[in-house]
Design a protein around this ligand. Sequence first.
Ligand code: SF4
Ligand code: SF4
Length: 311
Amino acid sequence: MTMSNMLRLTNQIVIDKAKQLGFDLVGFAQADSLEDETEKLRQWLDKGFQASMGYMEKNPHKRKDVKEILPNAKSIISLALNYYIPDNYTNEKDKGKVSRYAWGKDYHLVIWQKLDELETMLKEIDSEFESISYVDTGPVMDKAWAVRAGIGWMGKHTNVINPEIGSWFFIATLITNYEFDYSALIADHCGTCKACIDACPTHAIVQEYVVDANKCISFQTIENKNEIPIELKGKFDNWIFGCDICQDVCPWNQKFSIATSIREFYPNNKELTYDEVMKLDNESFKERFVESPVKRTKLKGLQRNARFLFE
Ligand code: SF4
Ligand code: SF4
């Protein structure tokens, strides 16, 4: 047996290593089956609230039970990376707003690198440590795991809120064969507030904790590959890529947001004018957005959004 095999990882070691890499929050959950969460997902899908995001229907068994992904899974490590930058929009009439999460470098690129480093470090400490990690891709219910791992509670706008930093964070999920001490849940602190529901310009939060993607500006400007329904015309409040209104109005963000330490998230693409978007061709679009989440719409989608807002 090597020395490394003799060391056991602890919660504190994982927390220290994750924080050293810049993660803001770390939580641990037992790798149980997500019965309630997947039942809610099924009801949401049955209502067609996923719109054209067909991938949400795929691999339900993996979403429910992470042992379908890692057969000897014992725990989930949920990690949050704050992306809040204390800056705002000019709100000039001819400028389309980009959602905060997409102002800088694509978070997948930033987080994948950090996860690689984290998993390597943990494996160096104990070679028995096995893990599979996800960032917002694959059949893993990252928000549900974040809640179970005590990162925060699910707000009525369906984003996870932490009482110390609000909700401007990305979530990464590590499925592991390792046992840890499990984190306490954080109680729902939405209370009687319904600021997000009242502020949503398209009434996409159809009931508390339920968002209908068909009506959501974020879905329509990023995920929808077709034309945007005409009945939503005039309701987008100049959002050209994504929408942050429900998080902007949340009192937990207004009181507790703190600036990210990740330089790569600082803005390159905060606002885009109609003219600059319409002037792009495939090559200049690729060049400008190669490392930005905005590339997801492709040129066609971004120009469709510009036309929808400004023509
Ligand atoms: S992202 Fe915008 S459109 Fe979607 S639910 Fe929130 S406020 Fe409504
Ligand atoms: S705005 Fe209010 S109701 Fe909505 S998520 Fe925040 S605290 Fe909850």
